[in-house]
Structures are given as C-alpha cells and as structure tokens.
Design a protein around this ligand. Structure first.
Ligand code: GRF
Length: 215
C-alpha cells in the first residue's frame, strides 16, 4: 500500500523541499498527495507546483470559526486519504477535535530541543538565555502546543558569535535531515504512537535513542 503524505505549510517550505528531495532520492518510500497552505503567497506552494504536487489554498477568512476551518481541513485530508499529515511551518494552532481525529498520524517539527523553548522566536530566546546548545525536534502532535511525544531530535552548539538568523539557518540544516528521517521511519512502520508514547520497533523510545547524531 502506498504511503501518502499531506504537507501543511504557511511559508517558505524549506522543510517541504527537503521531504520532496528525500522522496526523489528514494530515501522515503512515500508520495506527497497534497500540499496545503493557509497563505496564498507561501513560497512552499511554488516548490510543490515545481515538483508537480497538487496544492490547495485553504482561506481562513472563509470560515466563521476555528472549528469550521479545522473541519474543512480534515475533509481535505480525508478526501485524499493520506497516511500521515506533516506540519512544516504551518502557523495555525489546530483544534483539539482535529488533533484527536488525526492522533498518531500528525507530526510537527519545532526549532528547539523540546520540551525547552516551546512557542515562537526560539533562536533569539536561546541566545538571550546564554544556552550552549540548540536544536530541533520532530514530534507527534497532541492538543497541547509543542508538547507531543518526541520522535527525533538533533542539536548544534551555540557559538558566542551566532546571531538569531545564523542560528535559524543552522537549525534549518538539521531540520532538513531529521524531518525526512522521521517520515521514513514512520512510513516503514518502525515508529508509532501508542498510549501517549513513541515506540520504535515495538519498544518505547528513550531520550538516548531519539537523539539523531548528525556528523
Ligand atoms: C521551521 O523552522 C520549523 O521548525 C517551524 O517552522 C519553520 C518552517 O520553515 N515549525 P520552512 O517553511 O520549512 O522553511
């Protein structure tokens, strides 16, 4: 059975591009059925079109409430029968009902070493706190923001000379490795969410084995 993805974006879509490229290199045995954006001007939509992937612009202003927007989004995913929904810079908080419906089949990437630095503006906050390490995390989405069980993480050292933009670029580089890797593992059935825990080959993942070392 084919493993079909939906990728949800709001902006640049560099993570989407990394996934497109990993599929093209046959590193992931999956296909992107649809790329959905809540912004018409998202650069990621162009990236998808260039790769001949169907795109859909879901216009938030068309819906009376957050719930209606979420229901419409759910309908689109259902229609495309996707196996996994990948949030890649999608700047909207999904409703609890949406999350419950897609639990275990909905993942996100966050630019920090979760559970530290949930929310926005992580790079500057890491610098301001004088951290020596920063990173990115792929996690299953649960109702609480940036809080779901972690699938993979990787880190980089924070240099004294790093500014927020430089850190952002470095974090993007590791995101572009761990996000396709996590999708590959899920598509192979190696990783799954059960009873609020991430299992790898049937065994609960620990902090050690969810750390992805990048050389
Ligand atoms: C990434 O840093 C990701 O961690 C966060 O949003 C950003 C999206 O970047 N959730 P891009 O649109 O994939 O370039």
């Amino acid at each position: 059975m084919s493993f079909d993805l939906a990728v949800l974006i709001s902006g640049n879509g560099s993570n989407l591009q990394a996934i497109i490229d990993a599929i093209a290199r046959n590193e992931i045995d999956a296909s992107i059925k649809i790329v959905i954006s809540d912004r018409m001007d998202a650069k990621g939509l162009e990236r998808a079109q260039k790769a001949n992937i169907a795109t859909y612009f879901i216009e938030p202003a068309k819906y009376q409430s957050k719930e209606e927007f979420n229901d419409a989004l759910s309908q689109i995913l259902l229609k495309h029968q996707v196996s996994l929904t990948v949030l890649a810079g999608f700047m909207r908080i999904l409703s609890d009902k949406f999350v419950a419906k897609h639990l275990g089949r909905l993942i996100n990437i966050h630019p920090s070493l979760l559970p530290n630095y949930k929310g926005l503006n992580t790079h500057q906050r890491v610098i301001d706190a004088g951290e020596s390490e920063h990173g990115a995390s792929v996690h299953f989405v649960t109702p609480k923001l940036d809080d779901g069980p972690i699938i993979l993480q990787s880190s980089i050292p924070v240099l004294k000379s790093d500014n927020s933009d430089q850190l952002k670029q470095k974090i993007h580089k590791i995101e572009h490795i761990i996000y396709p890797k996590a999708i590959e593992l899920i598509s192979k059935g190696k990783i799954e969410l059960k009873n609020e825990h991430v299992y790898f080959d049937g065994v609960v993942m620990t902090e050690q084995n969810r750390y992805y070392k990048i050389n």
